[in-house]
Every structure is written in C-alpha cells, then in structure tokens.
Write a protein that binds this ligand. Structure first.
Ligand code: SAM
Length: 234
C-alpha cells in the first residue's frame, strides 16, 4: 500500500504520463502509477547505490521493466533529451535540495510540462525557484500522515512566453499562494506548529551572546505573518 502522501503526489500525474521520479528510493511511486496505468512510462532516478538497488528490486518484483527504467545518478543528470519526460516528480526531500536539483538540471527542466514537488521542509525555496523559472503553481496541498505534515506543490510550465512569472510576494512564497486562498484544518495545524518553532528560534537568537540582528528581524517579521494568517481561523 502506497502512503497517503505519495498517493496524492501520484494523483497529479495525467493518464499516460511520461515522468521521472528523482530520488525514487524504493521506486514505490512509479510502480504504483505503472501498475494502475499501462500507458505510463517512468524513469526512476537515484543518486545512492542502496536505494538504487532497492528501486531495481521493486521494479523487478512487479515485472515492470518495460515501463520503468531505473537509473543511477545525481538529480536530473539521469535524463537526456531523447527521454521526452513530461512530468518531473521530486518528493520526500528538503525544499533546498529540491531547489538545487531543479537549478542544476535547469536545461532539462525546460522540456517538462509539469513539476510535482513534495518538500518535507522549506517549501518556500521550491516556490521561489518555480516562480523565477516560469512555472505556474496550479495546485497545492497540505497532507498529514503519521504526525507529519507534508506539502505538495504542482506547477505547470507557462505556455505563453509572455506570461513569465506569477511574481509571488514574500507571504505567498512562505505559505503558498493557493493554500492562502483556501486554508484547511491541516494548514492551520501546520502553521500553529511553525509559530511555536519560530518563537523558539527568536528566543534562542535573543539569548545568544552574539545576537544576529538581521536574522532576528527576519524571524520576527515571519512571526507577524504567521500570526496574521492564524488570526482569521474561524
Ligand atoms: N521520493 C521518495 C518518497 O518521497 O518517499 C523517497 C524519498 S527519500 C527520503 C529521498 C531519496 O532521495 C533518497 O533515496 C536519496 O538517496 C535520494 N536523493 C537525495 N539526493 C538526491 C539527488 N541529488 N539525486 C537523486 N536522488 C537523490
């Protein structure tokens, strides 16, 4: 059984998807998708030997070698132009790493129509990269599973070259432009816990011998935004 988190991620792939799952680990996601959709094709990328072997095993177990290719390599390096990958999934990592993978693979990302990112932390870095690289955020979700809260961000390449960027503001980058429009129970839960974390960080900075004033200012500003967002909970 696939986790609720990855099931949600999979739901953003169209029928007949030609996708890459970067950092695939056991390749559970591509196997799940390809078992349900015989017309789907996937490349599972892994940078580490252990997870790469696990991915090979799972694909073998489900006899999906015709649909899923497992490749060893760093980020989007595993892709080449002949692959014609249309969707890129990067899930279960920190936002900063997802951003680095996208940035380092920029040339290859340009061929993709859709990016589905599931950052465990720091979704802001991912949104910022998407916004700066002409990907428009089409869906966002916060899901809770096993006491963890995950964010899923789905972005499509801007079709018209004249529509360049969404130009998201600082608040939209932090909370998510669509999540802000439709705040759910889990969203409030996430930001209540982020508020506590931010307050703890602010106290730590204040108690430090060498106070980092800039950092303090940044977190204090963030705390104000979080409080504003939480304030309108019904
Ligand atoms: N995507 C799966 C999920 O969401 O459940 C697995 C997440 S797992 C926590 C992260 C995986 O990403 C690990 O297997 C790790 O080896 C892989 N990884 C980390 N950095 C990577 C990179 N630069 N390129 C490819 N894979 C990477």
């Amino acid at each position: 059984n696939l986790s609720k988190r990855l099931t949600k991620v999979a739901s953003y792939l169209p029928k007949g998807a030609k996708f890459a799952d970067i950092g695939s680990d056991h390749a559970y996601l591509p196997c799940y998708v390809c078992l349900q959709d015989k017309s789907a094709k996937a490349i599972a990328g892994e940078v580490n030997e252990g997870p790469f072997q696990s991915a090979l095993k799972t694909v073998q177990y489900y006899q999906l070698n015709e649909c899923i290719e497992v490749r060893l390599g760093n980020g989007l390096e595993v892709l080449n132009n002949q692959d014609n990958v249309e969707q890129i999934v990067i899930a279960g990592m920190g936002g900063a790493l997802i951003k680095t993978i996208l940035e380092e693979g920029k040339a290859k990302v340009q061929y993709a129509k859709r990016i589905i990112a599931q950052p465990n932390i720091d979704a802001r870095s991912v949104r910022k990269w998407l916004d700066e690289n002409n990907f428009i955020i089409k869906s966002e979700e916060v899901v809770e599973e096993n006491q963890h809260i995950y964010e899923i961000i789905v972005a499509d390449k801007a079709e018209d070259d004249t529509i360049k960027r969404q130009d998201l503001n600082q608040k939209q980058l932090l909370f998510g432009p669509l999540l802000l429009e439709n705040k759910t129970k889990v969203f409030y839960e996430k930001w209540k816990s982020e508020q506590e974390k931010t307050e703890r960080i602010i106290n730590q900075i204040k108690q430090a011998k060498l106070k980092d004033e800039q950092k303090l200012k940044r977190f204090e500003e963030e705390l104000i935004w979080i409080k504003e967002v939480l304030d309108d909970e019904a």
